[in-house]
Design a protein around this ligand. Structure first.
Ligand SMILES: Nc1ncnc2c1ncn2[C@@H]1O[C@H](COP(=O)(O)OP(=O)(O)OP(=O)(O)O)[C@@H](O)[C@H]1O
Ligand SMILES: [Mg+2]
Length: 220
């Protein structure tokens, strides 16, 4: 493990307001992530897990606190695919692209590498999540579990420094729940830090490190 943390989150807070109604979704959340570690984020429904992941992804702005990205510091406001990728709870596949094109998207956006390297990475990601035979289909033509594994393959294909996975086994059967976790463990072993939000007791029990939220606050 390197000496510099990958990410330091300090005092993150987010309150949703609509008229007189206020929901404190996150309050004073601080933690750090090291390169290549696998961390499970748990807590009851509504405790703030997705809100926290969305803030880390740059999709939402916190009302308080800040994020520092290792040596890149606090200047990163919209992390690129090389730094961070997310498999969102609502999946977010592009309906007009095939399964294969969805997974390949981060590689295309990043550019750079030659076509043979890209093709190899794409194939590895599709095979890791058992969707290689579905690459030519549209998202509407595969099952919800297969769509979720597509979102995971898309997040992993670019080998990000930090991978966020929001309820990644939510639509999987028991065999694929453990297949998905194998994929995430391999990503961590290859150097990506992985933060997994989950209710799955089996995953929580096996986790090397846990962050637990209750009412928007981290508890011991
Ligand atoms: N856009 C929004 N406007 C108002 N309240 C919101 C909004 N998004 C989330 N919330 C509220 O913020 C709180 C935290 O929601 P969040 O989605 O982060 O929970 P969660 O831990 O991911 O839950 P789950 O396990 O059900 O996915 C909840 O009380 C939720 O109702
Ligand atoms: Mg959630």
């Amino acid at each position: 493990m390197s000496l510099a943390p990958l990410l330091i989150a300090s005092g993150l807070g987010r309150t949703y307001r609509r008229g007189a109604e206020e929901v404190v979704a996150l309050a004073d959340v601080s933690f750090r992530l090291e390169p290549g570690e696998l961390v499970v984020l748990t807590g009851p429904s509504g405790s703030g897990k997705t809100t926290l992941l969305n803030i880390l992804a740059g999709w939402e702005t916190p009302d308080t606190g800040q994020l520092a990205w290792g040596e890149r510091g606090t200047t990163v406001t919209a992390p690129g695919w090389d730094l961070l990728a997310i498999a969102p709870q609502r999946l977010g596949l592009l309906p007009e692209l095939t399964i294969g094109e969805n997974v390949e998207l981060p590689l295309r956006l990043a550019g750079g590498e030659d076509r043979a390297v890209r093709a190899q990475r794409l194939e590895t990601a599709l095979e890791a999540f058992g969707i290689a035979h579905l690459a030519h289909r549209m998202p509407s033509e595969v099952s919800l579990g297969e769509q979720q594994r597509t979102a995971l393959a898309r997040a992993l294909v670019g080998v990000p420094r930090l991978l966020l996975a929001d309820e990644p086994t939510g639509h999987q059967d028991a065999a694929w729940a453990s297949g998905v976790m194998d994929g995430l463990r391999k990503a961590a072993a290859a150097g990506s830090a992985v933060l997994v939000a989950t209710h799955d007791e089996e995953i929580i029990a096996q986790a090397p490190r846990r962050l637990r939220l209750r009412d928007g606050r981290l508890i011991a």
